[in-house]
Design a protein around this ligand. Structure first.
Ligand SMILES: *Cc1c(COP(=O)(O)O)cnc(C)c1O
Length: 465
């Protein structure tokens, strides 16, 4: 990534213009292979489903198809994208809330449906003309935060008679969960509950053989998590009014200031995480299941169970950057410097949480002879007060000039796409897929990306990006 930024980025931005999302399918492939190795090394039969919602990239979907991994889709648009990239319906799983029309389509395609609620299950039973493969999504685990998704764990076993009576319409493949927290403890608790429920399904005459642990494996954004501890400490001090404000318009990022101190916890994404997804997955497989005295991996293999997982951000980790150009700088009367970019906040920010990874300043012309570092706020291109790309002061090595580039690292996991819109008729940033052959980088349209190697995949259409 560094090599691309240092040697090829300015030329690509000059040729294709800005703003740009650049995705790196080879990095995506490496991440997926690393997760698969963790499972294979322990003899665990598995199905890895790339969670499409993390990014709109077609290159990623094609790469996933070529790698032979499966895909988790959560909308009709994502279903089209997966089918267009060559995924056969047998390699597609549908999660998330689904309406009647989408359900009918999933049944017609015979995609595995991860059932969110009782209404969905009843509709599937009413509509299916053949045994539709389903998973039941379980939630409401003891000690875990409430979720709007899934069927409460203590109601699941009341469904066995219904499923047993409708075998001609639903084929229960297994149970699933997806936790937002990413905490090992929470995941282990959910696994333990689901294993007990799988056993009760067998006792009721059903034969599910899948445990789906969802996504939630974290990314590693930084080599130096210490910088974040320093930042939050300094931020807390600044919020108390000591020194220059570090935030725009009094933003507190979830902290509460009162009685001369700062309370609460900030709403930042876990940018300081240092545990790679592979290590978190290995730890789960090796964890002893309470009351069973065997590791999860041993329980899975001994009982011929398959482990399914739906990682999104972990497969997209470091597989994308976002590039914007500086339009102009603006000096406010109090000395604050605003750097206006040709990008908007929602195109580089996860679910409106503040991005804490600093952008890199890449000069499009020779850098100043005597660079003077300064703190600035990054402003977006929308005529909305809230379109601030950073609500925190960002340190740059020198005052940027119009045309200089800012590179936002590691944006492929939710930062570039989850909430991106086209307000004020600005088109979405273009997306290019960057590949490297030895030391040569090639950047071409994302939708035109073809994986270098053949795989179990036959793309049928080119869907719009
Ligand atoms: C979003 C989502 C995922 C992917 O989550 P990550 O945290 O990106 O790994 C997987 N499964 C379901 C049901 C989801 O909603």
């Amino acid at each position: 990534m560094r090599e691309f930024i240092d040697t090829a980025l300015v030329a690509v931005a000059g040729r294709d213009g800005t703003p740009l999302h650049l995705v790196f399918p080879q990095v995506f492939a490496r991440n997926a292979a690393a997760l698969r190795n963790v499972l294979s090394a322990r003899g665990v039969e598995h199905r890895l489903c790339y969670a499409h919602k993390v990014n709109r990239s077609q290159a990623f979907v094609r790469e996933a198809c070529r790698l032979g991994i499966d895909i988790d889709i959560a909308s009709a648009g994502e279903l089209d994208s997966a089918l267009g990239a060559g995924f056969p319906p047998t390699r597609i799983e549908a999660t998330g809330p689904k309406g009647e029309r989408f359900l009918r389509r999933l049944l017609a395609e015979n995609v595995t449906i991860n059932v969110d609620n009782r209404w969905e299950l009843d509709r599937i039973i009413a509509l299916a003309g053949h045994p539709a493969p389903i998973l039941l999504r379980v939630s409401g685990f003891p000690g875990t935060a409430a979720s709007r998704f899934g069927i409460p764990a203590d109601e699941i076993d009341t469904l066995w008679p219904l499923l047993a009576a409708n075998r001609d319409r639903v084929a229960l493949r297994g149970l699933s969960f997806h936790l937002d927290t990413g905490e090992h403890r929470d995941r282990l608790r959910a696994v333990t509950t689901c294993l007990t429920l799988l056993e009760s399904a067998w006792n009721a005459g059903l034969s599910p053989d899948v445990l789906d642990i969802g996504g939630g494996l974290r990314q590693v954004f930084t080599a130096d998590p210490g910088a974040y501890d320093t930042y939050t400490r300094v931020l807390r001090t600044a919020l108390l009014g000591d020194g220059r404000p570090l935030t725009w318009a009094g933003a507190t990022f979830g902290y509460r200031v009162g009685d001369g101190s700062v309370h609460g916890i900030p709403v930042f994404h876990k940018y300081a995480n240092t545990v790679p997804a592979t290590a978190a997955l290995a730890a789960l497989l090796e964890a002893e299941i309470p009351g069973n005295h065997r590791s999860l991996a041993a329980i899975l293999t001994d009982n011929l169970l398959q482990l399914w997982l739906e990682p999104g951000k972990a497969i997209a980790d470091h597989a994308g950057i976002t590039v914007a150009a500086v339009e102009f700088c603006k000096d406010l009367p109090d000395g604050t410097v605003l750097v206006n970019l040709d990008l908007s906040r929602d195109q580089v920010t996860p679910a409106d949480q503040e991005t804490l990874v600093d952008p890199l300043l890449v000069p499009a012309q020779p850098p100043p002879e005597h660079p003077a570092p300064l703190g600035v706020f990054l402003a977006g291109r929308l005529c909305l007060e809230r379109d601030m790309i950073s609500n925190r002061a960002v340190r740059l090595p020198f005052r940027p000039r119009p045309g200089d580039l800012l590179v936002f690292p590691n944006t492929a996991g939710y930062h570039s796409d989850l909430s991106a819109g086209t307000a004020a008729m600005h088109p979405l940033p273009r997306r290019l897929a960057v590949t490297r052959d030895r030391s040569t980088f090639t950047a071409g349209p994302d939708a035109g990306h073809r994986p270098a190697e053949e795989g179990p995949c036959a793309p049928t259409t080119t869907s719009p990006n």
